[in-house]
Design a protein around this ligand. Sequence first.
Ligand code: NAD
Ligand code: APR
Length: 239
Amino acid sequence: CLPEMFQVAEYIKASSKTVVFTGAGMSTESGIPDFRSRSGWWKQVDPRTVATIEALEQDYPLFHEFYSMRMRSLQKIKPHDGHNILAEWEKRGLVHLVATQNVDGLHQEAGSQHVEELHGSIKQLKCQQCEKEATTDEFLEGKPCSHCGGKLRTCVVLFGEALPQQAWKQSFETIKEADVVIVIGTSLEVYPAGELPFLSNGKTILINLEEVENDFDVTITGKAKETLQRINELLVIVE
Ligand code: NAD
Ligand code: APR
């Protein structure tokens, strides 16, 4: 799909405000499963048993085990070249903001400065009762909150929870004014995050392994890393 990639390179070059919107498919090539593909988390475990407020309150051991396992597997994970290219495009003024549903922190680790985490972060811990910050070690060791003895949890947004106000507002405002929105590695099945890319009147681009039902100006069916590498090469040719 070279013509589509060339078109994307031209849109990026001509754009004065480009937002990149990413989902779990942006991190699979770093070794983190996504959620709804064949090898996704929700094929292995029912999200209602681990990723809801009810799970946290009614089955803390299972909730704790699921997030501890995800946190431990993240300790060896690094950003891939696709994350690095997005960070480089930000430095070159080609990307204004990365609005991500991912909680793994890989965009920031790759050097992206302007990142909004719509579903929170698995790297931040707090007490469910008093909201006091906690450390990863306290959580992994199964300790109660050092301040009130409450249950520790990650700052990942659970099903049924509202999204972080600031992240939602910043992403909403920036996407509304964007000339180009590049959506990478998401099924767009979860709301309200899944609605964001379509709030802009600009060009919408999808880079994804599977079809999604929404309409895009340009759709590239492919892997995030190699597609971003190809577009990055084409940016050199596009005047
Ligand atoms: P939900 O339908 O209860 O929505 C969650 C929150 O989003 C609620 O505060 C709701 O008011 C708000 N919301 C829903 N639809 C909206 C809309 N159209 N416009 C504005 N706000 C809207 O829960 P859900 O849809 O089943 O799950 C969505 C939320 O759950 C997302 O925030 C997502 O991050 C989170 N989630 C987390 C995990 C995880 O692994 N932690 C997994 C799936 C979903
Ligand atoms: N390159 C491109 N696309 C990919 C790649 C890849 N290397 N790997 C997977 N994909 C695609 C899959 O085909 C799928 O369509 O990425 C998409 C990932 O979709 P989901 O697994 O649904 O993940 P996401 O859209 O991020 O889920 C949204 O749901 O469970 C909640 O809070 C959680 O933030 C998550 C939200």
